[in-house]
Design a protein around this ligand. Structure first.
Ligand code: SF4
Length: 151
Protein backbone atom coordinates (compact mmCIF):
# COMPACT_ATOMS: atom_id res chain seq x y z
CA UNK A 1 0.00 0.00 0.00
CA UNK A 2 1.27 3.45 -0.90
CA UNK A 3 0.51 6.42 1.35
CA UNK A 4 0.24 9.93 -0.04
CA UNK A 5 -0.40 11.73 3.27
CA UNK A 6 0.14 11.38 6.99
CA UNK A 7 -0.43 13.25 10.24
CA UNK A 8 1.89 14.30 13.03
CA UNK A 9 0.31 14.59 16.47
CA UNK A 10 2.79 17.16 17.74
CA UNK A 11 1.41 17.60 21.22
CA UNK A 12 -1.40 16.50 23.48
CA UNK A 13 -1.42 19.89 25.21
CA UNK A 14 -3.97 22.56 24.41
CA UNK A 15 -4.94 25.95 25.82
CA UNK A 16 -8.62 25.57 24.90
CA UNK A 17 -11.37 23.47 26.49
CA UNK A 18 -13.72 22.44 23.70
CA UNK A 19 -16.58 20.28 24.95
CA UNK A 20 -16.62 18.25 21.78
CA UNK A 21 -12.88 17.52 21.89
CA UNK A 22 -12.57 13.80 21.34
CA UNK A 23 -9.50 13.53 23.54
CA UNK A 24 -10.35 15.98 26.33
CA UNK A 25 -7.44 18.08 25.22
CA UNK A 26 -6.71 20.95 27.52
CA UNK A 27 -7.88 18.96 30.53
CA UNK A 28 -4.58 17.20 30.97
CA UNK A 29 -0.94 18.03 30.54
CA UNK A 30 0.30 15.54 28.02
CA UNK A 31 3.16 14.61 25.80
CA UNK A 32 4.84 16.89 23.28
CA UNK A 33 7.29 15.45 20.77
CA UNK A 34 10.92 16.35 21.35
CA UNK A 35 12.89 17.62 18.36
CA UNK A 36 14.75 14.30 18.28
CA UNK A 37 11.48 12.34 18.13
CA UNK A 38 10.15 14.72 15.52
CA UNK A 39 13.28 14.33 13.39
CA UNK A 40 12.84 10.56 13.45
CA UNK A 41 9.27 10.94 12.21
CA UNK A 42 10.28 13.45 9.53
CA UNK A 43 13.05 11.15 8.34
CA UNK A 44 10.53 8.29 8.08
CA UNK A 45 8.22 10.51 6.03
CA UNK A 46 11.11 11.48 3.79
CA UNK A 47 11.98 7.83 3.23
CA UNK A 48 8.36 7.03 2.39
CA UNK A 49 8.73 8.74 -0.96
CA UNK A 50 5.04 8.76 -1.89
CA UNK A 51 3.90 11.13 0.90
CA UNK A 52 3.41 14.71 -0.26
CA UNK A 53 0.94 15.98 2.34
CA UNK A 54 1.59 16.27 6.09
CA UNK A 55 -1.08 17.26 8.59
CA UNK A 56 0.11 18.87 11.83
CA UNK A 57 -2.28 18.39 14.70
CA UNK A 58 -2.65 18.13 18.47
CA UNK A 59 -3.71 19.31 20.99
CA UNK A 60 -2.73 22.80 19.90
CA UNK A 61 0.40 22.59 17.75
CA UNK A 62 0.93 26.37 17.70
CA UNK A 63 1.85 26.23 21.40
CA UNK A 64 5.15 25.10 19.91
CA UNK A 65 5.69 27.32 16.85
CA UNK A 66 9.38 26.46 16.66
CA UNK A 67 8.48 22.78 16.17
CA UNK A 68 5.82 23.65 13.59
CA UNK A 69 8.38 25.72 11.68
CA UNK A 70 10.86 22.88 11.97
CA UNK A 71 8.36 20.65 10.16
CA UNK A 72 7.61 23.28 7.51
CA UNK A 73 11.32 23.87 6.84
CA UNK A 74 12.41 20.23 6.86
CA UNK A 75 14.16 19.06 3.72
CA UNK A 76 11.99 16.21 2.46
CA UNK A 77 13.76 16.20 -0.88
CA UNK A 78 10.50 16.84 -2.75
CA UNK A 79 7.69 19.42 -2.74
CA UNK A 80 5.40 19.00 0.25
CA UNK A 81 2.12 20.60 1.31
CA UNK A 82 0.90 21.00 4.88
CA UNK A 83 -2.28 21.33 6.87
CA UNK A 84 -2.54 22.50 10.46
CA UNK A 85 -5.33 22.13 13.00
CA UNK A 86 -5.33 25.07 15.38
CA UNK A 87 -7.66 27.00 17.66
CA UNK A 88 -6.18 30.26 16.37
CA UNK A 89 -5.09 31.75 19.70
CA UNK A 90 -1.94 33.01 17.99
CA UNK A 91 -4.06 35.21 15.72
CA UNK A 92 -4.41 37.82 18.47
CA UNK A 93 -1.18 39.33 17.20
CA UNK A 94 -2.47 39.76 13.69
CA UNK A 95 0.71 41.23 12.24
CA UNK A 96 2.76 38.32 13.52
CA UNK A 97 0.15 35.80 12.40
CA UNK A 98 -0.02 37.24 8.90
CA UNK A 99 3.75 37.22 8.68
CA UNK A 100 3.80 33.54 9.64
CA UNK A 101 1.08 32.61 7.12
CA UNK A 102 2.74 34.64 4.40
CA UNK A 103 6.14 33.09 5.03
CA UNK A 104 4.79 29.63 4.20
CA UNK A 105 2.07 30.62 1.75
CA UNK A 106 3.22 28.22 -0.95
CA UNK A 107 3.18 25.28 1.47
CA UNK A 108 -0.27 25.51 3.06
CA UNK A 109 -3.01 23.30 1.81
CA UNK A 110 -5.46 23.80 4.64
CA UNK A 111 -5.92 25.36 8.08
CA UNK A 112 -8.54 23.64 10.23
CA UNK A 113 -10.08 25.18 13.32
CA UNK A 114 -12.74 24.10 15.82
CA UNK A 115 -15.68 26.49 15.49
CA UNK A 116 -16.37 26.29 19.21
CA UNK A 117 -13.24 28.22 20.15
CA UNK A 118 -12.75 30.34 17.11
CA UNK A 119 -13.78 33.97 17.28
CA UNK A 120 -15.35 35.82 14.37
CA UNK A 121 -12.22 37.95 14.41
CA UNK A 122 -10.06 34.91 13.79
CA UNK A 123 -12.33 33.70 11.03
CA UNK A 124 -12.33 37.11 9.38
CA UNK A 125 -8.61 37.77 9.65
CA UNK A 126 -7.30 34.31 9.00
CA UNK A 127 -9.72 32.91 6.53
CA UNK A 128 -10.07 36.25 4.78
CA UNK A 129 -6.34 36.33 4.41
CA UNK A 130 -5.86 32.64 3.79
CA UNK A 131 -8.36 32.61 0.96
CA UNK A 132 -6.03 34.90 -0.96
CA UNK A 133 -3.25 32.34 -0.95
CA UNK A 134 -2.58 30.13 -3.99
CA UNK A 135 -3.79 26.86 -2.40
CA UNK A 136 -7.11 28.40 -1.40
CA UNK A 137 -7.78 29.99 -4.78
CA UNK A 138 -7.14 26.65 -6.42
CA UNK A 139 -9.56 24.80 -4.12
CA UNK A 140 -12.15 27.54 -4.15
CA UNK A 141 -12.44 27.09 -7.88
CA UNK A 142 -13.26 23.39 -7.52
CA UNK A 143 -15.85 24.00 -4.79
CA UNK A 144 -14.13 22.16 -1.94
CA UNK A 145 -14.20 24.94 0.65
CA UNK A 146 -16.13 24.10 3.81
CA UNK A 147 -17.13 25.49 7.23
CA UNK A 148 -14.58 25.16 9.96
CA UNK A 149 -11.74 25.11 7.52
CA UNK A 150 -9.57 27.68 5.79
CA UNK A 151 -8.40 25.95 2.66
S1 SF4 B 1 -8.72 23.41 20.24
FE1 SF4 B 1 -8.78 21.32 19.38
S2 SF4 B 1 -7.45 20.09 20.71
FE2 SF4 B 1 -7.90 22.01 21.79
S3 SF4 B 1 -9.65 21.51 23.11
FE3 SF4 B 1 -10.46 22.38 21.18
S4 SF4 B 1 -10.86 20.60 19.81
FE4 SF4 B 1 -9.54 19.91 21.51
Amino acid sequence: MEFDSCGILLTENCNARCKMCCDSRGMVRGKTLSQEELDQILQNIKECGTITLVGVTGGEPMLYPELVEHILNYDFGRPMRFTIKTNGFWGKDTAKARKFLEKYKEKWKKIKYPLQVTSPLFTHLFCGYFLQLPAAKEQKSNGSLGGGTCE
